[in-house]
Design a binder for this molecule. Structure first.
Ligand SMILES: C[S@@+](CC[C@H](N)C(=O)[O-])C[C@H]1O[C@@H](n2cnc3c(N)ncnc32)[C@H](O)[C@@H]1O
Ligand SMILES: *[C@@H]1O[C@H](CO)[C@@H](O)[C@H](O)[C@H]1NC(C)=O
Ligand SMILES: *[C@@H]1O[C@H](CO)[C@@H](O)[C@H](O)[C@H]1NC(C)=O
Ligand SMILES: *[C@@H]1O[C@H](CO)[C@@H](O)[C@H](O)[C@H]1NC(C)=O
Length: 246
């Protein structure tokens, strides 16, 4: 009897801690994962945020779409991947207010270049002064047009096989195209990081009318079988797949 109660308490606690039913993963420290104590511990004991990144994060929290911002802990992880592969050429598909673009630029050497794709001029206007303040505006090439156009232009300019890192984080309907074009642009050993691959857990049994979750689920299944890459699917943020070109 006592053992049964203990088991029930344990299951109950596990459900509370993991949030099963809502989302079986952690979320972002500035939005969905705010109340998660384990995530708070992780942030308290590992985040090293550049002062201008802190300023930009706080500025972005004033925007109604701030949940789109990459979590600080995830940006730091990707900056470390950039350091690991000595990246000097990166692309970000979906820059928003620039938190991750700035984080990548800060992790790169003086000759590093981030091509940052963004269609909304209001977001670009927020981002640019922070790039300048951090002294890396020369490292971030903001492309103010639809991302597919920029990717095609890079390929047409003979840049295929030259990029070290691509972060895919814009319109989900084009994710498969972004993945294919990124594979073309990346070098052997280069990394493609794909955000929101868990989509708040909705990729599991997507509703018949939920085309976004269906698209993400289909891409997840495709990459799992894709022999062109090595992969890991991480439960950081809203789910992050790391694909390394073979
Ligand atoms: C999730 S947010 C990106 C967050 C960002 N990576 C960060 O560090 O916080 C997605 C962004 O992609 C932009 N976007 C959507 N569709 C796009 C497209 N077709 N081309 C370029 N940017 C696009 C949106 O305006 C939005 O700012
Ligand atoms: C994290 O740090 C904040 C601010 O110091 C503190 O209030 C909070 O209790 C800490 N949380 C954990 C889980 O360490
Ligand atoms: C990165 O650069 C450092 C210093 O130039 C070098 O020692 C290291 O082997 C390089 N690592 C990779 C993965 O290329
Ligand atoms: C799908 O349909 C349900 C029920 O009509 C609705 O509540 C939900 O918002 C729809 N979802 C999407 C992604 O359109």
């Amino acid at each position: 009897m006592a053992a049964n109660i203990k088991t029930l308490v344990c299951i109950g606690l596990a459900v509370v801690l993991t949030g099963v039913g809502k989302s079986a993963f952690i979320g972002k420290s500035h939005s969905g994962g705010k109340d998660n104590l384990v995530l708070q511990y992780v942030v308290n004991n590992s985040l090293r945020e550049h002062p201008v990144l802190t300023k930009l994060r706080l500025r972005t929290l004033d925007d109604q779409w701030n949940r789109m911002m990459v979590a600080a802990e995830q940006a730091q992880f990707m900056a470390n991947l950039i350091r690991l592969v000595n990246a000097t050429k990166a692309i970000e598909i979906g820059m928003y207010t620039g938190y991750n673009a700035l984080s990548m630029a800060l992790a790169m050497p003086e000759n590093g270049q981030v091509v940052a794709c963004e269609i909304e001029d209001t977001y670009i206007e927020i981002a640019k002064p922070f790039f300048k303040e951090a002294g890396v505006e020369n490292k971030i090439d903001v492309q103010h047009q639809i991302a597919l156009k920029t990717l095609d232009e890079l390929t047409a300019a003979g840049e295929a096989g030259t990029y070290d890192f691509v972060f895919i984080d814009a319109d989900k309907s084009n994710y498969d195209r972004y993945y294919e074009k990124s594979l073309e642009l990346i070098r052997k050993g280069g990394i493609i990081a794909i955000d929101n691959v868990l989509w708040s857990g909705k990729v599991m049994n997507p509703a018949p009318n939920d085309t976004t979750s269906q698209t993400l689920d289909a891409l997840n299944r495709k990459i799992h079988k894709d022999q062109r890459v090595e992969l890991s699917m991480l439960t950081v943020g809203d789910g992050l797949t790391i694909a390394i070109k073979r």
